[in-house]
Design a protein around this ligand. Structure first.
Ligand code: ADP
Length: 461
């Protein structure tokens, strides 16, 4: 019984059996030193003693097991070091999202363990589409890639945060057999191509997270530029100017002029400033970097850095620049208390616009509802090269909006005119957003009903 218990005990703890063995050895030495028997007799007596034999046996087993375990772990380390390779992709790296997408394409179809990312997309008609994107969950996944097995380990550390994004730190580790690191280069390149393909013809909207630009949601299908109906010639003027700018980098470089261009769209709310810029980005196949200057925590330094670190082929959009300094509803004391600490100052913005650190190829759009509230220094040439007023609807604008909305009517020409005349006759300024809202309300109606309803609905607005 003692013998068997000892074995169980040994297998559980080599440390105890080691001391057990040592104690047996000491006992043997003690026996040899103080016994009056000759040494051979002592040894044969001990050999016949089952307890003593078991003790030595256990000592041997424990020692053997310890050595085996140590050998196995050292062997594994050596094997991993010499015959395997790993690639760690931390969540802060640009390729992280690409690699996740790649793993999703390769593994998420087969794996049963997924995590979900839900996005909402608002259509022009106001309907909201919900899409679920499945990603491989936190844990280990196995992928076969070009005949090789790759282990993908996605981990999330609850204790440490990505300070820039304020989300738990995550990373993906790819492990593969072999030493040829080009395997990882190929995977990263494939992941990049895959990501570019899904974004083809789509606009990526970036927002500032800490001092970095991060894609916000999934790439959006851009609305056609023609769907944003502006007054005669405005859209064409801006498009022509920006296309000329993009096509002529050398013109700027040869003349030593910084390769950047600033635009200011001003006018009442709901007239299409933001929609136009987004549609324009889609037309040019550019992304949009959205920045809210009145965001708490956006300091001059951060703004400066963000302006220089905008991703390639993007338009930087600063909305409501008039509301950035001091805030519309903020007392002067509060504004002064926060100045420079957690919000942007005018001089900080001017610095960011044309300071030494500005990146060379930059397209910047600013929007405001109140141009008269802007400091003259902010909109001087060089900082703002083209200003356009995006105002309330003109008659021709309303006609074109009617055309776009009620595409399938034969008599549109006449009807659009009739509708536009009625709206203009009310004498009230009307924004394109209001017209759009009205059309959505009466979408199902006949033209006569639209005209009849118009007066009633308009007045109730
Ligand atoms: P702003 O930036 O001038 O406040 P938005 O671009 O945010 O206006 O427009 C608000 C809504 O009104 C959007 O849904 C957009 O589709 C619609 N809208 C505004 N102006 C136009 C326009 N000129 N043509 C078509 N739709 C417009």
């Amino acid at each position: 019984c003692y013998y068997h218990l000892s074995i169980i005990f040994t297998l559980k703890s080599q440390f105890c059996i080691f001391f057990y063995g040592i104690s047996r050895l000491l006992l043997l030495l003690f026996y040899i030193c103080f016994s009056e028997m000759p040494l051979t007799d002592v040894l044969s007596t001990l050999g016949d003693n089952p307890y003593f034999g078991a003790g030595f046996g256990l000592f041997g087993i424990g020692l053997g097991a310890a050595l085996l375990r140590k050998g196995a772990s050292t062997g594994l380390v050596l094997f991993r070091r010499n015959f395997m390779m790993t690639l760690e992709v931390p969540c802060r790296d640009k390729s992280y999202q690409w690699v996740l997408l790649w793993v999703t394409q390769k593994a998420a179809r087969r794996t049963q363990h997924l995590s979900v990312e839900t996005t909402f997309e608002q259509m022009d008609t106001g309907r909201v589409n919900t899409t679920y994107h499945f990603l491989p969950s936190i844990g280990v996944h196995l992928i076969e890639y070009n005949g090789k097995y790759i282990q993908v380990t996605r981990t999330r550390e609850q204790q440490s945060l990505d300070l820039h994004a304020g989300v738990p730190w995550e990373n993906v580790v790819l492990t593969a057999f072999g030493t040829n690191k080009s395997l990882f280069t190929n995977i990263l390149e494939e992941a990049r191509q895959m990501a570019l393909k899904t974004m083809e013809g789509r606009t990526i909207v970036y927002t500032a997270l800490g001092s970095e630009w991060r894609p916000f949601g999934h790439p959006q299908k851009p609305r056609p530029l023609s769907s944003v109906v502006l007054d005669e010639g405005v859209s064409e003027r801006i498009l022509k100017d920006i296309q000329k700018f993009i096509a002529k980098p050398y013109w700027y470089i040869e003349r030593g002029i910084p390769y950047r261009r600033g635009y200011l769209l001003h006018g009442p709310p709901g007239c299409g400033k933001t929609s136009f810029i987004k549609a324009l980005a889609g037309e040019l196949q550019y992304g949009v970097c959205l920045l809210n200057l009145s965001e708490r925590g956006l300091t001059d330094d951060r703004l400066n850095y963000l302006m220089t670190a905008a991703p390639q082929s993007t338009i930087i959009l600063l909305e409501d620049v008039d509301a950035a300094f001091g805030g519309r509803h903020e007392s002067k004391q509060v504004a002064t208390a926060y100045e420079g600490l957690s919000r942007v100052t005018l001089s900080g913005l001017l610095n960011a616009l044309d300071g030494a650190a500005s990146s060379e190829a930059r397209i910047l759009f600013m929007t405001t509802n109140y141009i008269d509230r802007l400091d003259a220094a902010l909109i001087r040439p060089g900082r703002v090269d083209l200003k356009e007023y995006i105002g309330h609807c003109s008659q021709s604008q309303i006609e074109r909006m009617y055309h776009r909305f009620f595409l399938d009517n034969n008599d549109n020409e006449q009807r659009a005119k009739e509708f536009a005349e009625i709206v203009i006759k009310t004498g009230k300024p009307v924004s394109a957003a209001q017209i759009q809202g009205y059309f959505m309300l009466v979408e199902e109606y006949s033209h006569n009903e639209i005209i009849q309803n118009h007066q009633r609905i308009w007045e109730s607005k």
